[in-house]
Design a protein around this ligand. Structure first.
Ligand SMILES: [Zn+2]
Length: 351
């Protein structure tokens, strides 16, 4: 399940982008002692951003890149150039998706370290790697069928067991636990851990109050909206409610904060971006509530919700996201949910 990250929509914002994108596998300084590493990905979005933060005589690296020979060879080239004449002294992982945790095990062995991350992300990575705890493809197929999707469409889209594992092996089997509110000393500067929900179980962002720099991971992206999906492991969950609540934690940060996102360019304007994301989700919720005048399955609503049909890997995330919006309306009491005689969930507006 969930081998690749995906994001639902492009939302243009009035944001300020102080830096141009560096070449793949090169590094660029974006704040005092903070380097941007731009790593290509073989799927959309086509790159992931990783961050080296000066930490005394070493670097603290935030996120690792996908476990692939391409990423490993780009890392080897970076290590050979030895930026700042520092080794990697610590690795912090924002969340369990393969483009973020992927090479954590490789780096842990190479630099003899234990990656820092939240407990839910560490355990979810191991569950997803082995397809247990509700993360296997059979469960996903069954779950989406209960929301009206013909399972052959998922098969045809190339969704299968093992894709997560290929992007992360070998995973580290020990970790150093971080929690919401922790202050991590990096090079004498305290970076506060801000945990967010809705995209991943216990996603960690990092904020330097003094530098007014936020390493936002996937919780705050400049152009694409973060994927927020219901997965079979928590079928009645409200990840959209969780995500919108989590955005409030970022609203409290300084207006001129430099945001370092995992996808897209560093930007300023986080309050405007948060307002756009909230408006985007509200517009989708309003549109869904409208069309649920008649009982509807999530699968029936896909094209209307996203403005296009899906016949590729994105179908997985579009379905998860459609159910997330419907479950949010349901949990708010705006729609009812009932299983029809065919066992399929249908949602209908409360009159
Ligand atoms: Zn992610």
């Amino acid at each position: 399940m969930a081998g690749k990250p995906a994001f639902s929509a492009v939302i243009p914002g009035k944001l300020e982008y102080p830096f141009e994108t560096p070449a793949a596998g090169s590094v660029q300084e974006v704040a005092s002692g903070v380097l941007w590493v731009h790593m290509p990905l073989p799927f959309a979005p086509d790159h992931v951003n990783l961050w080296l933060v000066a930490d005394g005589g070493a670097w603290t690296l935030v996120d690792c890149g996908l476990a692939s020979s391409k990423t490993r060879s780009l890392w080897e080239q970076i290590f050979a150039r030895n930026p700042g004449r520092r080794p990697i002294g610590r690795v912090i992982v924002t969340h369990y998706h393969p483009d973020h945790i992927g090479l954590a095990g490789w780096l842990a062995t190479k630099f003899e370290l234990v990656p820092w991350m939240t407990k839910a992300e560490f355990l979810t990575a191991h569950a997803a790697c082995h397809g247990v705890g509700g993360t296997g493809y059979a469960r996903l197929r069954e779950f989406f069928a209960s929301h009206g999707l013909d399972p052959s469409r998922l098969d045809a889209a190339g969704v299968q067991d093992g894709s997560y594992r290929r992007g992360v092996e070998p995973l580290p089997d020990t970790f150093h636990r971080i929690r919401h509110g922790d202050r991590i000393d990096i090079g004498g500067e305290p970076w506060r851990v801000i945990v967010g929900y809705g995209h991943a179980p216990e996603h960690a962002a990092l904020y330097s109050e003094r530098g007014r720099v936020l390493i936002s991971g996937d919780m705050l992206l400049p152009r694409i909206s973060t994927n927020v999906s219901v997965w079979p492991v928590e079928p009645d969950g409200d990840p959209l409610g969780d995500f919108l609540d989590s955005l409030n934690r970022f609203s409290e940060l300084a207006a001129d904060t430099l945001v370092l996102p995992s996808h897209g360019r560093p930007f300023r304007g986080l309050h405007a971006r948060i307002a756009e994301l909230k408006a985007h989700h509200q517009a989708r919720l309003d549109a869904l509530a409208q069309v649920c005048g008649q009982p509807r399955t999530a699968a029936e609503l896909l094209a209307g919700l996203f403005g296009r049909e899906f016949n590729d890997y994105q179908l997985l995330f579009a379905m998860g996201e459609a159910i997330a919006h419907l479950n949010h309306l349901w949990r708010k009491g705006m729609v009812r949910r009932a299983a029809g005689s065919d066992g399929t969930w249908r949602y209908v507006r409360v009159a």
